[in-house]
Design a protein around this ligand. Structure first.
Ligand code: HEM
Length: 120
């Protein structure tokens, strides 16, 4: 189980990297950058929930305050990315929304790493 959790954490980190890479590519004007950002945000959210299930199945304690905060912030990341994507399809550029998605992703990294609890 430890190995499975480790593999999903690696995928979770790659999801985070996809959000950052998608934001940067979009910022630099790459045509598919926003797609990478949106899919990274979706995958990151789902993998986070999968991780919670695995950690609990492994009988490890979880901090619901920390995880609840991460869920709310991650939902905001997905929301900003989805709205930016929908508007981009209509030809409306949305730098504020993509920047917000990136900033909120950084906030969630800080929550994940700096919010230390005795549990997960
Ligand atoms: C933008 C969204 C997210 C980002 C950037 C993010 C970032 C990270 C990072 C950097 C880690 C590894 C560091 C650490 O273990 O402390 C991590 C672990 C973890 N994340 Fe996220 N996360 C996001 C969303 C979520 C969501 C929505 C959940 C679900 C509640 C979640 C659940 C977890 C769990 C359970 C772990 C730790 C697994 C373990 O016990 O090692 N994450 N996350």
């Amino acid at each position: 189980m430890e190995t499975v959790i480790g593999i999903v954490v690696v995928l979770h980190l790659l999801g985070m990297a996809s959000i950052a890479a998608g934001w940067l590519a979009n910022y630099l004007g790459a045509a598919r950058g926003l797609d990478v950002l949106v899919w990274g945000a979706r995958v990151q959210f789902v993998l986070g929930l999968v991780l919670v299930g695995l950690v609990q199945a492994n009988k490890e304690e979880v901090s619901w305050a920390k995880l609840g905060t991460k869920i709310v912030v991650a939902l905001a990341v997905v929301g900003c990315a989805e709205i930016a994507n929908a508007r981009a399809r209509k030809g409306q550029g949305q730098p504020a929304l993509t920047n917000a998605a990136f900033g909120l992703m950084l906030l969630n990294v800080c929550v994940a790493v700096l919010w230390s609890t005795p549990e997960a």
